[in-house]
Design a protein around this ligand. Structure first.
Ligand code: ATP
Ligand code: MG
Length: 388
């Protein structure tokens, strides 16, 4: 797929900027804080409706404005599409394809695919489980856009169940001594509350099981591809393993069996949940474990080795998305090339070639190979403007 152009209006520090992409590789050069990452973020939003910077919509809209717009023309094998995303300070979003507004976000997702790679991705190795869950969810949204809807449903039920637990926390605490928490039946609840909880349990289990099964499938497909890239980059001396560790045991693969195991586990923890006032079991507590030579990657290696791991993950994402959607996705490289040593840089560039349209940000061009620069489009970014 090929992004032909992008038009940003009142987005971040851009007022009104059009960009035509004229080569498979575009390098955005500029000093710090000029708007390079902002431009990549706009493309990421069109692809996933998410920003890996975890920005709220009011941060995305230019200061002093109410509405930001991102427009793009995308060429795919199936034809050309016009994509439009409108962001509002109040958080309400609207999306349109070819001028027609699209009601469900999941119908907008999956038109443009992109893999984002920035220095923040090192947190995939070093940071906590939430970052890895977010990464996996963002990948899944692109592999199967319906996942966005499934995840939204789960989060909705989770919020409601948490609100219920919070509301009943004090009464449960008052009626039940903390020492008796391991018992199976949650005391301290009247039978009406008990039946309300049963409703939330059932919904949590059904929606949560959908999330778990999809995450499991995605990791099963991604893990061998990432391991192969990792072996190739590290020269086969290291073995990367990615394991999905759901908070509900996954020995059984039939959805009914997962649901039963899920329900059994929540029921075991209900007293503790009431005491703590929050849901303790479910995919919001999943972990994705990364190990190198059987050691947790966080402890395993040097920064360079951790970068190799993240590079392998990103190359695997590119390849998996390409396999699933049958077209090469875009690659957004935010300030990462300069951080890789020359051999890893070459591995990445060899893998991309001209197959994946790539947008690259950098503060200086000197880190790039001359031949590479010759075949790239170079855009200078200054204070929210692209200078040609
Ligand atoms: N909503 C907004 N309204 C106006 N300006 C904004 C908004 N959000 C971010 N900015 C500005 O955008 C600039 C940051 O842009 P960006 O992150 O793209 O920088 P960059 O060119 O990637 O820099 P670096 O090389 O440091 O990564 C900052 O000056 C910031 O104040
Ligand atoms: Mg930046």
């Amino acid at each position: 797929m090929y992004l032909q152009n992008l038009h940003l209006r009142q987005f971040r520090n851009y007022q009104d900027q059009k960009v035509e992409f004229t080569a498979a590789k575009t390098i955005l050069v500029g000093n710090n804080a000029q708007g390079k990452s902002n431009l990549l973020e706009a493309v990421e939003l069109l692809a996933t409706l998410r920003s890996h910077r975890m920005a709220r919509d009011r941060d995305l809209v230019r200061e002093g404005e109410d509405i930001a717009q991102i427009h793009a023309t995308l060429e795919r094998q199936t034809g050309i599409s016009d994509l439009a995303l409108t962001l509002r300070r109040n958080g309400r979003r609207s999306v349109a394809i070819n001028g027609e507004s699209v009601r469900r976000q999941m119908d907008f997702l999956g038109v443009l695919n992109a893999v984002q790679f920035s220095s923040l991705d090192l947190d995939l190795v070093r940071g906590g489980p939430e970052g890895r869950r977010n990464w996996l969810d963002t990948l899944l949204i692109q592999l199967e856009p319906v996942y966005a809807h499934i995840l939204q449903q789960y989060n909705h039920v989770l919020r409601q169940r948490n609100a219920f637990l919070k509301k009943n926390q004090d009464s449960a605490r008052a009626k039940r001594p903390a020492t008796a928490l391991s018992a199976a039946m949650p005391a301290g609840l009247y039978s009406t509350q008990h039946s309300e909880l049963a409703v939330w349990d059932a919904q949590l289990v059904t929606t949560g099981t959908r999330v778990i099964r999809r995450r499991d499938r995605a990791i099963q497909r991604l893990a061998p591809i990432a391991a192969a890239w990792h072996a190739s980059i590290s020269g086969s001396t290291e073995v990367l393993q990615i394991n999905y560790l759901p908070s509900v045991p996954l020995e059984k693969s039939h959805p009914d069996e997962i649901q039963q195991a899920f329900l059994a586990k929540i029921q075991q923890r209900t007293s503790a949940e009431l005491y703590r006032g929050t849901t303790l079991v479910g995919p919001h507590r999943d972990e994705v474990e990364l190990t190198i030579n059987q050691t947790p990657a966080r402890q395993y290696g040097s920064q360079g080795q951790q970068r190799t791991l993240v590079l392998a993950l990103k190359l695997a994402e590119l390849q998996l998305i390409e396999e699933v959607v049958n077209e090469p996705p875009l690659l957004l490289l935010d300030d990462v090339l300069a951080e890789l040593d020359p051999s890893r840089q070459n591995q990445l560039l060899d893998a991309i070639q001209d197959r994946f349209q790539t947008l690259i940000t950098t503060t200086h061009l000197s880190s790039f190979d001359a031949q590479w620069l010759n075949s790239s489009q170079i855009l200078f970014v200054e204070a929210g403007k692209i200078l040609l």
